[in-house]
Each structure stands twice: as structure tokens, then as C-alpha cells.
Ligand binder design. Structure first.
Ligand SMILES: [Zn+2]
Ligand SMILES: [Zn+2]
Length: 376
């Protein structure tokens, strides 16, 4: 299942707008605690496949239908990173990420191949531990719970484990469910485009924000760190400030990476300050911004289709008149299908209004029981 063919090094890599690892719980019986872990660029579609409403569902899960999506982890900077996380979550006893601290017993229980290994409590404990440890603690990840019970389990584990979760990790309780059809979502739930619709799997808000900044640039900017002009034809060499707002700080990716690790005992940048607005920036967001710029510059291969009539179309049209539009089309985006049932990514569509995607704390909702049996 793990796809080892990576396009990271062949120039065709693109940042998946959305790629999630998910936890399903069987609702075949009231007391069922059987779980399933997978990954997908489209959780609302994937749950329908698991439940047999769409073809090409995972055969493994046909026996314990119906399934309910309990939580997702998303924000991975690459499909490969998501698959690594999925693998570790599925098989904690095989992953090296939980091995290092087993001497003190902290993770010993998590990697036991006992009867509890596929049960909900254990799976929640494993994901909480993985999120707290490198390399995943360095990624700009988010957790979305679709059920209060699983959020409670997670928070309980979070309090008990010695290793804290990274400050950058945001958690959201979305009682609307992955499809937004439970009628329990509130208007302020981030990361959705409608109170009764599926979660936003295109991460459109972030990319739109970067695109708007990109077209605001009137001339090729100089790197704020080294002072030399960035090469806007070399798409992955520069980055625009990924923080929302008006900061147009542009840097070479290499310069910013070196700046982030200065004085640190690591060679891998994790986070640092934007040299323009001085806001804290996660390295993963820098890379996302870089890929967003690349995607917009790939406009020659995208322009002219009906899908481009939306917001991206408007941005592309504006950019077309800018002097810096690249005349050489980029290679086709990586197809990030993990299995044949998933749509290729990224393929931005003309959107409804953009989602309000912003880091947030868990949102308190009025108490209520977890979703009952049935599809979500
Ligand atoms: Zn520079
Ligand atoms: Zn900034």
C-alpha cells in the first residue's frame, strides 16, 4: 500500500492542496470499537467509498460497514509525508518513530501487538504520540475531530503524555461530520465552505491568499535576507510570506531556511520569523507558499478551460498581464492518487466562496452524544 515512488526529486512534485490521514470507526454494532486508518486527498468522497455508496471502496472495510470518520490529520507538505504518517499510525510496532522512548515505558504500550491494537483508544493514543514527536511535530499539521468522544480521548491522552504537542498544531471540532450532513455544524467552524457541505479539501483560501500577494508585486522583488533579486522563473527558489495580511516579504527559500536554522542544533528548518512582518512562520507553510506560486505560474497549461473561470481564473488573467509570467510551462502536476479511486490532484476548481481557513483552538459546542450509527 505504501507507494515508495516519490516525485520529490524529479521536478514534478507539487504540493497537495489537501491530503489527510483519517481514522474510521465501525458502527456495525453499537459497541464496536474496530477502526481503520487510511489516507486520501478527498475524505468526503472516501467515506462514501468505504460505506459502499461509491464504487472502488476499500475491500478490507466492506465487512464492518457502516463506517464513521472520526478524525483526520491534514496539512502534510507532500503525499509522501502523509503516507509515512499513515504507515506509522497503522503499524506503530513497526515504525521507528515511536521506538526511541520505549525504555521509560511511555510508548511501550502503544507498540504492543495485543488485542487492543486496532481499538479506538489505542489508535487515538498513537496519533497523539506521533504528532508530538519528530519528524511529524515539525510539520504544519491540523487535526479535525468529527466526534466529541474522540476529541475527549485525544485531549486526555495529550494531558497524560510527557511530550507536548507542537504549538503550531491546531485542533478543530466539526460536528457537521466530514460531509457536513449531520446538521450539527456551526457557522464559525473553520475549514468549511458551508454549514451543510463537505469540508474544504482544496485548501483554496491559503492558495488564493498567496496568489493575491503574487499579483500585487509590481516588480521582481529582492530577497529580504541577501538583498539580491529572486528569480521568478525559478519557481521553487523563492517564497512569499505565507502569513495572511499584506506582508509581501519575499525571500530565497535557501536564505530563509538558513535563517531559520541559524543557532539551532538542526539542519532542518522547523519554524522562524518572517523577515518582513516578524510573524512566526512554520517551514511547511513556506514550502506550501512556494508551491502555490509555482502552481499559479503554471497558468499556460491551465488557462482557457472552463474551470478557470473562477477566482483562479481572475488571478491568472491579472497575472498574465504582469511582466513576470513565465513563458515556459511547468511539468504536469504530480498525480497524487494513492489508489485508483481518488481524483488526481491538484486541480483547483472554480469555487464557491473561499473557506475561512485559519488556525484555531478547539471550539466548544453544546454537549451532546456522539453521532449515532449510520453514514456520515
Ligand atoms: Zn536570498
Ligand atoms: Zn511576513
Amino acid at each position: 500500500m505504501l507507494d515508495s515512488r516519490s516525485t520529490l526529486l524529479n521536478g514534478n512534485h507539487s504540493f497537495p492542496p489537501f491530503y489527510a490521514c483519517y481514522l474510521l470507526r465501525s458502527r456495525a454494532t453499537v459497541t464496536s470499537r474496530i477502526t481503520y486508518i487510511g489516507s486520501t486527498p478527498d475524505p468526503p468522497r472516501r467515506i462514501r467509498q468505504h460505506n459502499g455508496q461509491l464504487t472502488q471502496g476499500a475491500l478490507k472495510t466492506s465487512r464492518f460497514r457502516p463506517w464513521e470518520m472520526q478524525m483526520i490529520v491534514y496539512g502534510f507538505p507532500s503525499k509522501l509525508a502523509a503516507l509515512q504518517f499513515e504507515y506509522a499510525w497503522q503499524r506503530p510496532e513497526k515504525t521507528r518513530h515511536l521506538r526511541e522512548d520505549t525504555t521509560d515505558g511511555q510508548y511501550g504500550l502503544l507498540i504492543k501487538k495485543d488485542r487492543e491494537r486496532n481499538m479506538l483508544n489505542r489508535k487515538v493514543a498513537v496519533v497523539c504520540a506521533l504528532l508530538a514527536l519528530p519528524p511529524f511535530s515539525r510539520l504544519p499539521l491540523h487535526v479535525r475531530f468529527f466526534n466529541e468522544d474522540v476529541q475527549t480521548l485525544f485531549e486526555s491522552r495529550r494531558r497524560d503524555q510527557a511530550q507536548g504537542l507542537p504549538l503550531s498544531l491546531s485542533t478543530i471540532l466539526d460536528l457537521g461530520g466530514v460531509a457536513g450532513d449531520t446538521g450539527r455544524r456551526v457557522a464559525t467552524t473553520p475549514g468549511v465552505t458551508a454549514i451543510d457541505g463537505p469540508i474544504d479539501v482544496e485548501d483554496y483560501h491559503f492558495r488564493d491568499q498567496v496568489w493575491q500577494k503574487l499579483i500585487t508585486l509590481t516588480s521582481t522583488p529582492a530577497c529580504l535576507i541577501c538583498g539580491t533579486q529572486v528569480d521568478m522563473q525559478d519557481h521553487l527558489s523563492y517564497s512569499l510570506c505565507p502569513v495572511g495580511g499584506s506582508c509581501l516579504a519575499t525571500t530565497h527559500v535557501d536564505c530563509l531556511g538558513a535563517d531559520f536554522v541559524r543557532g539551532q542544533p538542526t539542519l532542518l528548518p522547523s519554524h522562524g520569523q518572517c523577515p518582513g512582518c516578524h510573524e512566526e512562520v512554520q517551514w511547511g507553510e513556506v514550502i506550501r507558499s512556494t508551491y502555490a506560486c509555482k502552481e499559479l505560474h503554471a497558468a499556460p497549461t491551465l488557462r482557457g478551460t472552463r474551470k478557470r473561470q473562477g477566482q483562479k481564473g481572475a488571478v491568472i488573467n491579472s497575472l498574465s498581464s504582469a511582466a513576470d509570467l513565465n513563458s515556459q510551462p511547468d511539468p504536469a502536476p504530480e498525480e497524487v492518487n494513492q489508489d485508483s479511486s481518488k481524483p488526481p490532484m491538484p486541480k483547483p476548481k472554480a469555487r464557491r466562496k473561499p473557506s475561512r481557513r485559519k488556525p484555531s483552538q478547539a471550539i466548544d459546542h453544546k454537549p451532546g452524544s456522539s453521532s449515532s450509527t449510520g453514514d456520515i
